[in-house]
Each structure stands twice: as structure tokens, then as C-alpha cells.
Design a protein around this ligand. Sequence first.
Ligand code: ATP
Ligand code: MG
Length: 368
Amino acid sequence: MGKTILTGDRPTGRLHIGHYVGSLRQRVALQNSGEYDKIYIMIADAQALTDNFDNPDKVRQNIIEVALDYVSAGLDPAKSTLFIQSQISELTELTFYYMNLVTVSRLQRNPTVKSEIQLRNFEASIPVGFFTYPISQAADITFCKANVVPVGEDQLPMLEQTKEIVHKFNAVYAPDNPVLVEPKALVPEAEACKRLPGTDGKAKMSKSLGNCIYLADSADEVRTKIMSMYTDPLHLQVSDPGHLEGNTVFTYLDAFARDEHFERYCPDYANLDEMKAHYTKGGLGDVKVKKLLNNIVQEELEPIRKRRAEYEKDIPEIYNILRKGSDAAREVAAQTLSEVKRAMKIDYFEDMELIRAQSEKYKGSSSC
Ligand code: ATP
Ligand code: MG
């Protein structure tokens, strides 16, 4: 079996550096490794509508933002299929059939859904579509038989749900000749990248929380955000010993800094460990650390920003890329859906044997 990647993002805003270290950076590396046969990158607009159903324009306007971020970050339409979820109606059909394989209590136990319900104040009235989005995510992953899904840590419960659906589908409908493929999550190794906190120190940088450094932010915006970032509230004087735990500036350095950066921007230290040791001992001010972080993040974002400015000049071409990608994804989805329907015995018109056997059964039973 070949190696296939599926992953994606909700068009609820521009992509931020949490997406970048959690998934996007890795996708580009995997794409360029040449080790994968197929790479599908999905803009999950239908999923975004499950909690933004009353704001369709937000979703509509952000399709292009996410697509621009993709190509600017290095996703190459010649190597990766970029597509829009809602344009593949087969995904909705798959979702409908998978719904039979999941219980309400199983969905209620999903920790990511639980915390998102809280975040969106849905406790009193949860839209059914939102509640069931882990099932539609199983359709997204299985339509192309993806076996590798590069995601941030918050997506692990979704991957578990998908694996259960795959397992159950194959056990019930295709025990001898499995139709669906179990995916594996690919979470970044570095702890800081699994769930990058927000600039406000909150547990997760998230479009919905407004605590993001966006890939498309200008150099000035990035600098302002970094210089006003949350650090260690107990580190009041430069001479005070500082704390690393919960110190967002150091978490970002964990995610971005390499030894070569120190040579370039902060030669007082050979590497991050040395800098951390000085900080915890006392005598190193936050401003110096933030300046280093700013230099490193700017270096990483500058080429992305430049490429974005180029791509922004030809918006119709970006839509063209998405249209072509959606056409390609639809073909693959139609193939999987037909295998699913055959396994579920709902392929009546394709099954000549069924029609033949039933005509046999009724032959001669006619009363006249
Ligand atoms: P929303 O608030 O609308 O849910 P989001 O910022 O959580 O937006 P998603 O589109 O839900 O972004 O996530 C897309 C991908 O990026 C997922 O794989 C997710 O795990 C990853 N991701 C999102 N935020 C972070 C983060 N702060 N750190 C690491 N990975 C992240
Ligand atoms: Mg999210």
C-alpha cells in the first residue's frame, strides 16, 4: 500500500505560527521528502460552518487567506492536492454512513469536542452538526485512504475516533477484504510544537482566541506582538531568577530556535540551554530574550511573507489551483464511496448478480 497524507485547516482566519510549527512546517518537509505517493491538503469549510453557520461570509472570505498561506509556506500544487471540503459531496455521504458506527456517548467523551463546546458556550444547545464533526473528520481522512495525518496534539482524539470507525466499518462490512485504512497521527516531536500557546500565555494559540502571530503579519506587527508577550510575572528585575515553565517566550524559542541562530543574533550564548540557564539563575532581562525571538521569527516568516506578496497578485490562479485540486479529490472520493457502498450492500444497480438471483427466485412463481 502507498503512503498517503491527508490534513487540513478550518477557514476561520489566517494561519498562525501555531499551525506552522504544529503541522504546516512538517507538511512542507514531508511533501519535499518525496516519500509520499499522494498528499491531500483540505480547507475544511464545511467543518468551519458547524460552529460558524451564522457567519458564512467569514468562512467564504477565509478560503483565499488559508490558500495563500499554504502556497506561501511552501505547499506546492504540483506535489500536493489542495482542495475545498464542501466541494466533495461524497464526504457528506460517507459521514452519513459512518454515523451508524458511533454512539452519542462516545462523542460526548471526546475531550477536544468537550473543551470546544465550553469555549463556544454551546453547553446549553449544541448544534448537531458541530457535535458530529469528528465523524465528518473520519470521512475526510478515509476518502483518500490516508495513512499519515500530520496534526497538532488537539487533533489526537479525532484520530482515535477515525480509527474506531475504520475498525468497525471493516469488521462489520468488509471482514475479509478491508475497504478503509487506519490512519496514524504525526504529531511534532518537540513538546512546544504540539500545542503552541498564545501570545497571552493561554494554553493554545487559536484563531478563535485572538492570541495569534499570523504568518501574514507584517514585520512591525510581529515585533509589536513579541515585545508585548507574556513571560514570567515573577521576573520583575533583571537580576531576579526567572522561571521557564509557562514562560511563552521560551516556549516559542523551543519551537523555533536552532544553535545557528545564537551565532547570528545572540553570540553571548552557544545555544538555548545556555540562555535558559542564565535566565533561571538571574541576570538576563526579558527584552533581550524577546529581541532574539523576534529576530528568529522574522527570519522564518520573511520568505513566507515575500512569497505571499507575489501570490496575492494573481488571486484567480489560486482559485484555479483549488478548483483543480477539488476535481482530483472528488474522483478519489467517488471511488472510495463506491467501494463503501458495495461493502454495505447498497450498490443495487451495479450488482448484476443480485438482479439475476432475484429474477431466478421469482421465475415460475407467477400465478398466471
Ligand atoms: P479554530 O480556533 O477555528 O479551531 P485553530 O487555530 O484551532 O482554529 P484549526 O484549523 O482548528 O486551527 O487547526 C488546524 C491544524 O493546526 C490542526 O492540525 C491543529 O492541530 C493545528 N494547530 C492549531 N493550533 C495549533 C497550535 N496552537 N499549536 C499546534 N498546532 C496547532
Ligand atoms: Mg481548531
